[in-house]
Design a protein around this ligand. Structure first.
Ligand code: DAH
Length: 363
């Protein structure tokens, strides 16, 4: 140790032993104080260490207070070392304080951390009503085939609902539709449209052929609500008018629709029927998606499920809207609720309008 000191402080070799001792003490003090500083576990302990070694009653202060009684030479030597020890200690304390502070800050951050990775409480999310979902899906299919979408009035005139659709006054086919009238049932009074087909007429009046349009909306009939009937329900019609449109185009379009909605393996069949606004007319059936045609509860052992009315637009309808007689067109119309009931095996059409949230959440 002394050897070391002599190397570091060459002047020491010429001073008295007491100087050497004093410097050796200072060096020992430095080592001990530095060690204590580094070992201080927290700010309070560090403060104690600081006071113990650097305070007014500490060993360093004691050494410095004896400087006055020393020979100038000795004072110089010892003073130099004492000052060096003090500044080494001061910077060690400052360094230790800095690292304790950042350790403490890190600890505090850790303990105050809020775990935001937990899933929050989600407000209940709604979704589209099953009827809207079905409408959107059907519309998507026909938009994919190049059809536009049109909307029209629910309170309709006799003309659009019946007359222009080839059902003049007293036409027996009017009895197919149990009509709700807005005014007393005098001929020609406004009524609640009994189907969405009046939109064909409005669409053709507003556009020249070619015309490809699909028309979803509400319709109304004088029905008492039961598992398969509602007085207010939804339909979607489609109309394609162009040169050379044939029954084959109707069949192809309906087949694309049935496969898109009920599954790619579905087949369709068309059975002759009567509608005043189409000739020929058909009822379209889709093979039962539940039993694939062998007969089950869903299809009433038939193997086939009726999904829409369709046909070739009657020339009288073209006449009513002033279209050239050389165009042809097909049309179809179906009940949305019926598709929804089939799609989700819903047992009662009234569930769709009761707005029981527990039920609606299931779709
Ligand atoms: N509008 C008819 C109804 O509500 C159904 C229907 C629509 C028959 C379009 C069709 C047609 O022949 O082309 O009963």
């Amino acid at each position: 140790m002394h050897q070391n000191l002599f190397e570091r402080f060459p002047l020491l070799s010429s001073v008295r032993m007491s100087t050497v001792d004093a410097i050796a003490k200072l060096e020992a003090l430095r080592a001990e104080a530095l060690e204590a500083t580094e070992a201080a576990p927290d700010a309070a302990a560090l403060r104690d260490t600081e006071i113990r070694y650097l305070g007014r009653k500490g060993p360093l202060a004691a050494v410095l207070s004896t400087l006055g009684g020393m020979e100038p030479d000795e004072r110089k030597q010892v003073g130099m070392v004492a000052n060096a020890v003090r500044s080494a200690l001061e910077s060690a304390v400052a360094g230790r304080r800095g690292s304790l502070e950042s350790e403490e800050a890190a600890c505090r951050l850790e303990s105050e951390r809020v775990d935001v990775t937990l899933p929050g409480r989600k407000p209940p999310l709604g979704h589209l009503h099953p009827i809207t979902q079905v409408i959107d899906e059907i519309v998507d299919v026909f938009v994919g085939l190049g059809f536009k979408v049109a909307d029209g009035p629910e309170v309709e005139s006799d003309y659009y609902n019946f007359e222009a659709l080839n059902m003049p006054r007293d036409h027996p086919a009017r009895s197919m539709f149990d009509t709700l009238y807005v005014e007393p049932n005098d001929y020609g009074q406004p009524l609640l449209r009994t189907h969405t087909s009046p939109m064909w007429v409005r669409a053709m009046e507003a556009n020249d052929p070619p015309l490809y349009v699909t028309m979803p909306g509400r319709a109304f009939r004088r029905d008492v609500a039961d598992p398969t009937h509602l007085a207010g329900f939804h339909q979607i019609d489609g109309l394609a008018v162009d040169k050379g449109i044939s029954f084959a185009d109707l069949k192809g379009s309906v087949e694309v629709f049935a496969k898109a909605l009920f599954g790619p393996h579905q087949r369709i069949r068309m059975i002759p029927h009567y509608f005043p606004f189409t000739e020929p007319s058909a009822e379209v059936y889709v093979s039962c998606f539940n039993c694939d045609g062998s007969g089950c509860r869903v299809c009433g052992k038939e193997g086939w499920i009726e999904i829409m009315g369709a046909g070739m637009v009657h020339p009288n309808v073209f006449k009513a809207v002033g279209y050239d007689p050389d165009v042809t067109g097909f049309a179809f119309g179906m009940g949305i609720e019926r598709v929804a009931l089939l799609r989700w095996s819903i047992g009662d059409i009234r569930w769709l309008v009761e707005n029981d949230i527990r039920l609606l959440e299931g779709f």
